[in-house]
Write a protein that binds this ligand. Structure first.
Ligand code: T46
Length: 136
């Protein structure tokens, strides 16, 4: 079966003297959350990401500003722009991802299925292609 490359994650948005969004397992997040990290004040115009993960599953939200995400599973590439806190995307393992077009105001929030492990990263694009094409 061909897996969908872009999977959006929509979370509830409650208007309550402002807005409150929440995400919980298993309703919106299809894995147990082992780690949360956020990216603030990225250098304007500097791409981030440019890697894939071997096992970690992630959901990424853009809480402020916007980010252009490029996802690539080794056979297909898709681009989407995230600019609202209630709509995130899944970044599945063996998906090369790049975060582009951010500025100092952009805030990203990421929920991850695994603790931080530098060995889980595939940072070499040729290695990524070899692994992704063998496993998809
Ligand atoms: C990803 C995208 C969406 C840690 O020490 N612990 C952590 O949990 C993380 C995520 C990073 N780091 C260290 C590793 C580097 O020394 O923080 C530094 C910056 O990480 P990196 O260059 O990988 O940042 P991005 O923005 O390119 O990628 C990050 C995540 O690392 C990555 O897993 O999928 O956001």
């Amino acid at each position: 079966m061909v897996k969908k490359l872009v999977k959006f994650v929509k979370v509830p948005k409650i208007k309550d003297d402002g807005f409150l969004c929440f995400a919980q397992n298993p309703d919106q997040i299809p894995f147990e959350i082992k780690r949360v990290y956020y990216i603030t004040s990225p250098v304007a115009g500097l791409p981030r990401g440019k890697h894939a993960h071997k096992k970690t599953r992630q959901v990424l939200f853009c809480l402020k500003g916007k980010v252009r995400m490029v996802l690539n599973n080794g056979r297909k590439k898709s681009e989407i722009v995230l600019s609202s806190p209630e709509k995130g995307i899944m970044i599945e393992p063996k998906t090369w991802h790049e975060m582009l077009d951010m500025n100092e105001n952009t805030v990203l929030l990421v929920l991850a299925s695994k603790r931080y492990d530098p060995k889980d990263y595939i940072r070499n694009y040729d290695e990524f292609l070899r692994i992704a094409r063998t496993h998809t």
